[in-house]
Design a protein around this ligand. Structure first.
Ligand code: PMP
Length: 437
């Protein structure tokens, strides 16, 4: 169903927004900087669809960048939030729902204990502080192209919007703040061993996306996470597995359910908040018990464990059954097949990579460039021009993709055959546009 090329209400809102909100958006990737055009202001969503303020309906393939495992406005989630809101929006005291959500996370994941926070950024920031407190060391190792939120020390060579906008360095982050951050190429065992051999006794932790999705989907090579586990343990550093994106999305627990490597600390977000602001970090009890008030590492939050957010998260996880994951896995595989078929048919050089049900499509300018993408340097060889042509044609046909080739596509348990048919109808046009670009 083609979308009206005119989106006057979105355009008017964007103009108003730009007067009071920098760049007109509250998170950079929402702006269509990489793909051109006016961002669509959404009015409402239902299941796998969302509708903008001009009345255009889209198939949603970002699902709020991951949280909406069961689509928009799922009645079970909405009811849970409504009920919680009717009892009060926040108390600043403990509540039963935080205990239930904590128990559910501990039941599903390898974490012994968790602390709830409000965003993935807070989770990784706090996990790093805790790792430094535990080891009494200062160096943090991260991988180029991995994004862990906008924590000062972790913005070095970050993925997501930093990659999309090709921001070489974030002004405002001082050299002192990143002096203790070492950035390594992803999937590079030799670089990791060399660094630890030289500076092992200074390293507090290695933080890695459990399976990266912020430079496009770039899964760990076989054994890479095990290797991280082994080397960190050997040198007394902690391994932090950032499951903010993968957690409760690619399996009932997350990447940990697909890859047994394990970690000392984990970070979670997105799905566990059901579309409301909730995130967590957790892991080994001996490490977690250093947190205040049990221990000396301070960490806090006025709205942490908020009753609406915990109700939404619990409701989202209640619906996250084995059958739901099987459905999403199947739908994702079918969609990847459709995209590949359309791109092959149109002769567009590309590579689709997946990590469980998360996937992304790398477009290339010519066939010689097509290869498996194992790190950020390789991810950067993709063609933004072809991606942009593909994105815009899909958008014009009512299919809403992430507006960047560095982001992954997300499905939900309510994306069904009808949705796939609609996407399939649009694909030949978008593939044709990419071929011509
Ligand atoms: N870690 C990962 C792996 C993420 O994908 C994100 C967000 N996309 C974050 C951390 C930061 O989460 P938030 O945007 O909730 O701060």
């Amino acid at each position: 169903m083609p979308v009206s090329p005119e989106t006057p209400k979105s355009a008017a809102l964007f103009e108003r927004a730009a007067r009071v909100i920098p760049g007109g958006v509250n998170s950079p990737v929402r702006a269509f900087r990489a793909v051109g055009g006016t961002p669509r202001f959404m009015d409402h969503g239902r299941g796998p669809y969302m509708t903008d303020v001009d009345g255009n309906e889209y198939v949603d393939l970002i699902c709020s960048w991951g949280p909406l495992l069961h689509g928009h406005a799922h009645p079970h989630v909405v009811d849970a939030v409504r009920q919680a809101a009717s009892k009060g929006t926040s108390f600043g005291t403990p509540t039963a729902a935080e205990v239930a959500l904590g128990e559910e996370i501990v039941r599903r994941t390898p974490a012994d204990e968790v602390r709830l926070v409000n965003s993935g950024t807070e989770a990784t920031m706090s996990a790093i502080r805790l790792a430094r407190g535990f080891t009494e060391r200062s160096v943090v190792v991260k991988f180029a192209g991995c994004y862990h939120g906008h924590v000062d020390a972790l913005l070095a060579e970050a993925g997501s919007g930093v990659a999309t906008l090709a921001i070489p360095e974030t002004r405002g982050v001082t050299a002192e703040q990143t002096a203790q951050t070492v950035v390594l190429p992803y999937n590079d065992v030799a670089a990791l061993e060399e660094l630890f051999a030289q500076r092992g006794s200074e390293i507090a932790c290695v933080i890695t996306e459990a399976s990266p999705g912020n430079m496009g989907v770039v899964p760990p090579r076989d054994g890479f996470n095990e290797h991280l586990r082994r080397v960190t343990a050997q040198y007394g550093a902690l391994l932090i597995s950032d499951e903010v994106m993968t957690g409760f999305r690619v399996s009932p627990s997350g990447w940990a359910g697909l890859d047994p490597a394990g970690a000392d600390l984990y970070t979670f977000g997105k799905v566990m908040g059901g579309g409301l602001p909730a995130a967590a970090f957790g892991g080994r009890a001996d490490v977690m018990n250093l947190l205040a008030p049990a221990g000396p590492v301070y960490q806090a939050g006025t709205l942490s464990g908020n009753p609406l957010a915990t109700a939404a998260g619990l409701a989202n996880l209640e619906l996250a059954t084995d059958a739901a994951y099987e459905h999403i896995d199947r739908t994702s595989a079918a969609l990847q097949g459709m995209v590949a078929a359309a791109l092959f048919e149109a002769g567009v050089p590309h590579k689709i990579q997946h990590a469980g049900n998360m996937f992304s499509v790398f477009f290339f300018d010519d066939d010689e460039q097509v290869r498996s993408v194992d790190n950020y340097a390789q991810a950067r060889t993709q063609s933004p021009v072809k991606f942009s042509a593909f994105f815009n044609e899909m958008l014009a046909r009512g299919i809403y993709l992430p507006p960047s080739g560095y982001e992954c596509w997300f499905l939900s348990s309510v994306h069904d055959e009808k949705v796939l048919d609609r996407i399939n109808d649009a694909l030949p046009y978008a593939a044709g546009a990419a071929a011509a670009a």
